[in-house]
Design a protein around this ligand. Structure first.
Ligand SMILES: Nc1ncnc2c1ncn2[C@@H]1O[C@H](COP(=O)(O)OP(=O)(O)O)[C@@H](O)[C@H]1O
Ligand SMILES: [Mg+2]
Length: 264
């Protein structure tokens, strides 16, 4: 049964897509079956994995709005074990088209249901907004991973995201967990980055991943080659950090499972 993780922060440019692509590839490198859902009309996860946009093939939009089964939308990537539900700018219309549907927040959850046995992990790359696409992702997800860029306004908007997570738990009766806060684009040469990282750790305590993603040119270059960092430059610091993040998530999962077993 797949574990579904939404990667969300309504701020743009904080490292959601970079994390979605590279965490997905790193989990797949652990011999896991991974599906990445590109839930952002910008389609950056799609391009970043080398999948062509604007073809005749149905995309995530058709799965969400026109009931095309997700299994018909999914494509394999060059990365062994990693599949993608691609998106393009058509997905912009989804927010408007969903408004009329009384079950509008459950579309993605329902679309994913038949696929849960085919994958070990399903990651959802969210758009930079708390819109209906993000709500669909949060309702479908078991947990949410929040990338935060180590900069001065890092905490701005986070309380709104935390409120939304609480609302999903109550209004939609979903056991949405916080997978963790991920510090991204960390530059240990600057005092500001260190200060912000310390503040975030104090504020979120043990919700912050031990793994920190460094600022790295190689991570920023990789998508223009349509490759995850593991394929573009596997020995780089960026690749190393996402491999460590995958390991940390797998270890947390194992610990939770053991805790549940000893209770039950
Ligand atoms: N660790 C990093 N080091 C350097 N550049 C990064 C890093 N993470 C992301 N970037 C770059 O920052 C920009 C925004 O990242 P992205 O993952 O697209 O954010 P989001 O999906 O939250 O908008 C992109 O140009 C990306 O290549
Ligand atoms: Mg993005």
């Amino acid at each position: 049964m797949a574990k579904i993780i939404a990667i969300s922060n309504q701020k743009g440019g904080v490292g959601k897509t970079t994390t979605a692509i590279n965490l997905a590839a790193s989990l797949a490198a652990n011999d896991l079956r991974v599906l990445l859902i590109d839930c952002d009309p910008q389609g950056n996860s799609t391009t970043g994995l080398g999948i062509e946009k604007g073809t005749e093939k149905p995309t995530f939009y058709e799965a969400l709005i026109h009931q095309v089964p997700l299994s018909e939308v999914i494509v394999k990537t060059d990365c062994e074990g990693l599949s993608l539900a691609p998106a393009d700018k058509n997905l912009v219309a989804a927010n408007l088209e969903l408004v009329q549907d009384p079950r509008r927040e459950y579309r993605l959850m329902n679309a994913l249901a038949p696929l849960k046995d085919r994958f070990d992990y399903i990651l959802i790359d969210c758009p930079p907004a708390l819109d209906l696409l993000t709500l669909n992702a949060l309702v479908a997800a078991d947990s949410v991973l929040v990338p935060i860029q180590c900069e001065f306004f890092a905490l701005e908007g986070i309380s709104q995201l935390i409120d939304t997570i609480d609302k999903i738990r109550e209004a939609f009766a979903r056991p949405l967990k916080l997978e963790g806060i991920l510090l991204t684009m960390y530059d240990d040469r600057t005092n500001l980055a260190r200060q912000v990282a310390d503040d975030l750790k104090e504020f979120f305590e043990n919700e912050v991943f031990t793994t920190v993603i460094p600022r790295s040119i190689r991570l920023a270059e990789a998508p223009s080659y349509g490759k995850p960092i593991l394929m573009y430059d596997p020995r780089s610091k960026g690749a190393e950090s996402y491999i460590r993040l995958a390991k940390e998530i797998l270890e947390n999962e194992q610990r939770n499972r053991q805790a549940t077993q000893s209770v039950g």
